[in-house]
Design a protein around this ligand. Sequence first.
Ligand code: NAD
Length: 420
Amino acid sequence: MKTNQYSGFHKLTLEKRAQEVAEFASLSSEELDRIVKPGALPNEVADHCIENVIGTYQLPMGIAMNFVIDGQEKVIPMVVEEASIVAAASNAAKMARSRGGFHTSYTGNIMIAQVQVVDISNPYFACQEILHHKEEILSIANKKDPVLVKITGGAKDINVRVVDSIIGPMVVVHLIVDTGDAMGANAVNTMAEAVAPLIEQITGGTVKLRILSNLAIYRLARATATFDKEVIGGEDVVNGIIAAYAFAEADPFRAATSNKGIMNGMDPVVVATGNDWRGMEAAAHSYMYYKYGKYTSMTRWEKDINGNLTGSIELPMMVGLVGGATKIHPGTQVAIKILGVKTAEELARIIAAVGLAQNFAAMRALATDGIQKGHMKLHARNVATVAGAKGDVLEKVVAQMIAEKNINVEYAKELITQMT
Ligand code: NAD
């Protein structure tokens, strides 16, 4: 496979698809085995990942095709249980191609660790005192992570605020740390714990929490794309998507679902690469309130001067290529190789582009046929599989349930009995 514009990829057998992706990403047969072989995550590895392990649990890895991101063709591994996500992402990426695909940027691998200080009678004075000792605080933080300091410089700055709370004012110190190619939660938590005694000494207060903030406002990934109005179905479709976006922008009930659709794209890449999807989600949702003062759509949809649809997204993206589970799970490094990324920045930018693509796909479906039409076949396939259909019978059961618009497990079982 020389290009990710592969007509009929979905019609290939699983084995053939895997071979094509292996060729595209130059995977060795050993690397390919780490994602195609059942039991690729050995129990002994799993046992060291989390506590009280009793086994492992597999999810499908699908490949989203057609993506052009910053001029490069990308194939995107997505690990997820929900039908239609991979197909929708591939379709959106295909439609973005005629206008150059996705363009992205990133603000840097900068994380924030918080240190909460209470029992201070003069919090504003304490803030200034803390700032007088900035270099000393940074030096203590950096002693904790010589590896990171060597790579990025580690802790670079501090911010100090007085936060009013129901138990009175508290001083909150932010340690600003460049965590390089690591997501960095452990790294910054360790630093926050290390500086606590000095901060107590400076302020005379009591340090309570020492933990990162998932609201990573200095670690933003952005993506934009233009969708040609003719390619996506004409002016009505553009207007329909903008009306759908206006709804999500204005109404948190709609925004929650629209943003879930964005997570449909981003989570599977975060999971495939062994990253912390809860951290990424917490960051994305909280950033809406931080940036807009309300819970709202994570994407913006507008028309350009020629009536084409333009989409944009900006979210905190705390993902890494080292640390956490990224090097423990045998499949994650293969996913990273398939993506062809060498830095956390490249990964973050791709994830933002996939989120934008996924949102476009959902908005377009909602603005045209409604979401169920596209979902129907995949849903019917799941239902037929649950009912026990296989091979030819599966295909026939799916076709009949769709034709009769009667998709449920009981009916699928009835059809299987009739057909076998
Ligand atoms: P980590 O501590 O395992 O690895 C990071 C370390 O790797 C760095 O401190 C550095 O010493 C070293 N390193 C080697 N090469 C590096 C490079 N090129 N760039 C940067 N560092 C390099 O992991 P982490 O990334 O600090 O923490 C991630 C883990 O923390 C995840 O498992 C996450 O689930 C978990 N976590 C998340 C939260 C949260 O989101 N709120 C809170 C606590 C823990």
